[in-house]
Each structure stands twice: as C-alpha cells, then as structure tokens.
Design a protein around this ligand. Structure first.
Ligand SMILES: NC(=O)c1ccc[n+]([C@@H]2O[C@H](COP(=O)([O-])OP(=O)(O)OC[C@H]3O[C@@H](n4cnc5c(N)ncnc54)[C@H](OP(=O)(O)O)[C@@H]3O)[C@@H](O)[C@H]2O)c1
Length: 280
C-alpha cells in the first residue's frame, strides 16, 4: 500500500475505507472487518457517523495490531473545550484505542475565532500524544489562513469534496505549498460520475484499462497524490475499489480527467453552510 508522509513524518495509507452512512451495528462491523481482510489499513470515521463503536469492535476482532491500522475520526461540531474534550475521549472509548492516527475538525465555522479555539484543543491533544496527526476538513484556503493567525501547529491534512466534477487543483496547489496533504471525499459524486460528461469521459478510459469508472477515479486521485477513501458496504465493491491501487493511468488520461472539472459540488459548500453567524 502506498503511504503518504505527513508533514510531521506520520505515514498515512493513501487508500482507505470511508464509512459515512454506514449503519452502526452489524453493517459497520462487517464492512470494516471485510475491508481489513481485503487489505485496507486505513478507516475513516467520524463522531457524526455514529458508527465508531462498531468500527472499533471490528478493528479489535480483526486480529491485526492496533499500530497496523490508521484510524481517522472527526470532531462532530464546535463547542466548549470541555465538551469537545469529552467527545474526543468518548471516541477513544468507542474505538477501543488509546490514540487516533488523525483527528479532523469536521467543518469550519464562519466565525474564525471558533475554529481557532477548536484548533487549540487539537494542538493540546496532539501535544499529549493522544492523536498522531491533526487536520481539518472542508476548509477553504481562507479558513486555513485564518486558523494560522493563532495556530502553533499547522494542519497536516485537509479532507475536502474532490472528484472529477470538482478536481480542486488550485486548492491542492496551495496545500502542497503549505505542506498539507489533501484527502478526497465523495469520489463518486453521489452517483454523478455515472451520468453526462463524466460517464462519457471516464468510461472510455475505463474500457482501455478493463476497469470500472470508480476504479479509474480512485486511480486518478492516487496518481495525483490525493488520499482516497471510497465508501462501500458491498463486499465486491470494497474489493473492486481496493484494486484501483494497481491501475496506472497515463499523464494524458490524468489530464483528460482533470478537464472534466466543472466546479460542481454535490455536498455542502463550506462557504454557504448553515454553521456560524450569518446575520452579523
Ligand atoms: N469530511 C466530510 O465532510 C465528509 C463528507 C462526506 C464523506 N466523507 C468521507 O468520505 C467517504 C467517501 O465519500 P462518500 O461516502 O460520501 O461517497 P463515495 O465513496 O463517493 O460513494 C459511496 C456510494 O457509492 C457506492 N459505491 C462505492 N463503490 C462503488 C463501486 N465500485 N461501484 C458502484 N458504486 C459504488 C456506494 O454504495 P454501497 O455502499 O451500497 O456499495 C455508496 O452508495 C465517506 O464514507 C466518509 O468517510 C467525509
């Protein structure tokens, strides 16, 4: 498995399993267990997904050593330091671990002071060794610049919506300059990649490689140095997605996919989210 070296030297598997909308209980348990059996060593969860308990149990039952698996979880929402610390400790308990590999602020607030305060807790947890790396999610360049006004530690990762309809090349260029790794979510555009210009463009490349459209998208992200976390609860798709790591696209194919960018978001726009003071 190809690894990405984060700015603090932590090694992060570039391909992982997403678990958004993976129901807690048997589904999340079996999905995680199957992925680990197939060879995934990186699981992306969040307090908001409410499945950390089942993910943690599957990791425990997998027979793998804790240090062989990279676990990401995310702070559910901005609150007081005390409440957020309690939420973090609850994550550790559910995941049955003494540390997480990567802890992310799930969404930015429109009030930069709130993001800065949350980040101060992240820095504390990092310094205490309870998280091996800290980062953000859904942060635009300006959110990161605002965070850095008070931060002493730079985020190591930014997880954002990224797929052929929203290739995020300017953001990736900025993050690379800042030494921040970029991670993609929503690679299949909520099914949009099976329609219109995306289906047309991607299916030609998929045919050439005797691969599927999801595999081509994952291979495209990996080739660009993006961390990819496709989600599936279907065993055959979990396997199919994992095999993407063996597909090598040509420079020309990568450019062709880059040109499918239309700035199309299928998830919430971080600058137009409902979180924060709008009327002030
Ligand atoms: N930070 C954030 O705000 C944020 C937001 C969204 C997502 N995420 C993370 O990113 C992960 C991935 O994003 P996502 O779950 O939104 O979307 P996704 O990975 O683009 O797509 C998941 C959907 O595609 C289907 N699918 C997966 N592999 C397939 C394949 N090979 N062929 C056909 N269909 C396939 C899945 O169906 P089945 O499951 O039924 O097989 C599911 O309906 C999440 O699970 C989560 O960990 C983070």
């Amino acid at each position: 498995m190809k690894m990405i070296r984060l700015s603090n030297g932590v090694m992060m598997p570039q391909l992982g399993l997403g678990t958004f909308l993976v129901a807690d209980g048997d589904v999340a348990y079996q999905t995680t267990l199957h992925a680990l059996k197939v060879g995934y060593r990186h699981i992306d969860t969040a307090q908001m997904y409410q499945n950390e308990g089942s993910v943690g149990q599957a990791i425990k039952d997998s027979g793998l050593k804790r240090e062989e698996i990279f676990i990401t979880t995310k702070q559910r929402g901005h609150s007081t330091i005390k409440k957020m610390r309690e939420q973090f400790e609850a994550s550790l308990e559910k995941l049955q671990t003494s540390y997480v590999d990567l802890y992310l602020i799930h969404w930015p607030n429109h009030d930069k002071k709130i993001n800065q305060q949350t980040w101060s807790l992240f820095e504390e947890l990092y310094t205490e060794g309870k998280v091996k790396a800290i980062g953000v999610s859904n942060f635009q360049r300006h959110h990161i610049e605002d965070l850095m006004e008070t931060a002493t530690i730079k985020p190591m990762v930014n997880q954002v919506e990224l797929h052929p309809g929203l290739s995020q090349i300017p953001l990736q260029t900025y993050l690379k300059h800042e030494g921040i790794a970029i991670e993609s979510y929503g690679p299949l555009m909520k099914g949009g990649v099976f329609e219109g210009i995306w289906q047309e463009g991607l299916s030609k490349i998929a045919e050439k490689h005797n691969a599927t459209i999801p595999q081509i998208i994952i291979a495209w992200g990996l080739a660009r140095g993006v961390i990819m976390i496709p989600k599936s609860v279907t065993p055959s798709r979990i396997e199919e997605n994992f095999k993407s790591k063996d597909i090598t696209l040509s420079e020309e194919e990568i450019l062709t996919i880059n040109q499918l960018n239309r700035g199309k978001r299928v998830y919430t726009d971080p600058d137009n989210s409902p979180w924060g003071p709008y009327s002030e």
